[in-house]
Ligand binder design. Structure first.
Ligand code: APR
Length: 251
């Protein structure tokens, strides 16, 4: 930990943070690939990973909606933890894979949710690119989960496994640009299994950035990061943000 904190103090240039499900684990939201994760515990009918596809939504839209409304409930009952709060206080550019909205609820302003946001919906027929806030309470999904523009069916604003990143909805170019100009990249709570996070880490390394990997376990990003911290995010992130904030930066 000490070497990573020293590196945070010494780093020059913009600070960028990339987070995954591990940062919300201590808020009670299951991770995806952990032993209680969404991907490894099959729902009563379907394997969760089958539900997170456009193909599944086309085949059984209301089953997919029921699953996202269930997950939304889990996220809304959760509270931001010390890691979310420390990152909000740091006020840096924050690229997150999490759809739970906890960074936003902790007060972070420059948040880029590259896999979407479970509190938002879009037109299932793409009549427009707009992203709409979901109704507070969804008592009648078939009546309420409609596109406010065309009245057609709405869909969850999340990136599904059979879909691609873009800029207007998933901050593809923004994430790449931030990574390519980073002086310090802090990666926390991710198993490094998805595409854009790999681009972010490799672009930052190519730009000569210091890259800190925070995780309770080894993972592929730990093998290429300049420093690794093996500790829970709610413990490590406040120490890291204090080291960053405590050092008068030149950027
Ligand atoms: N502190 C730090 N790291 C933790 C903690 C914790 N308290 N708890 C778990 N972790 C780590 C795990 O060791 C694991 O490496 O967080 C990681 C969580 O990995 P995943 O469950 O695979 O989640 P994530 O990497 O965010 O998944 C990425 O994949 O399934 C898609 O769209 C989904 O956004 C998700 C993406």
């Amino acid at each position: 930990m000490e070497a990573a904190l020293a590196a945070c103090r010494a780093a020059r240039g913009p600070v960028v943070v990339l987070t995954g499900a591990g940062v919300s684990a201590e808020s009670g939201i299951p991770t995806f690939r952990g032993k209680e994760g969404y991907w490894t515990v099959g729902s009563r009918e379907y394997h969760p990973q089958e539900l997170a596809t456009h193909a599944a939504f086309t085949r059984m839209p209301w089953d997919v909606w029921a699953w996202y409304l269930y997950r939304r409930g889990v996220c809304r009952r959760a509270e931001p933890n010390a890691a979310h709060r420390a990152l909000a206080a740091l006020d840096c550019d924050l690229i997150t894979q999490n759809v739970d909205g906890l960074h936003r609820r902790a007060g972070s302003r420059r948040v880029y949710p590259i896999h979407g946001d479970i509190d938002h919906m879009r037109c299932a027929d793409d009549c427009c690119l707009d992203i709409f806030a979901m109704p507070e309470d969804v008592a009648d999904p078939k009546a309420q989960l409609r596109c406010p523009r065309c009245g057609g069916m709405a869909r969850p604003h999340v990136l599904w496994f059979d879909e691609s990143y873009d800029e207007p909805r998933f901050f593809l170019d923004t994430s790449r640009r931030l990574a390519a100009h980073a002086g310090l990249l802090v990666v926390a709570g991710t198993s490094a299994q998805t595409n854009l996070p790999w681009q972010v880490v490799t672009l930052a390394l190519r730009a000569g950035a210091t890259v800190i990997d925070v995780n309770i376990e080894d993972n592929p990003f730990g093998e290429i990061a300049t420093h690794v911290v093996r500790a829970p995010a709610a413990e490590a992130i406040p120490a890291i943000t204090n080291a960053i904030a405590g050092h008068v930066r030149s950027d």
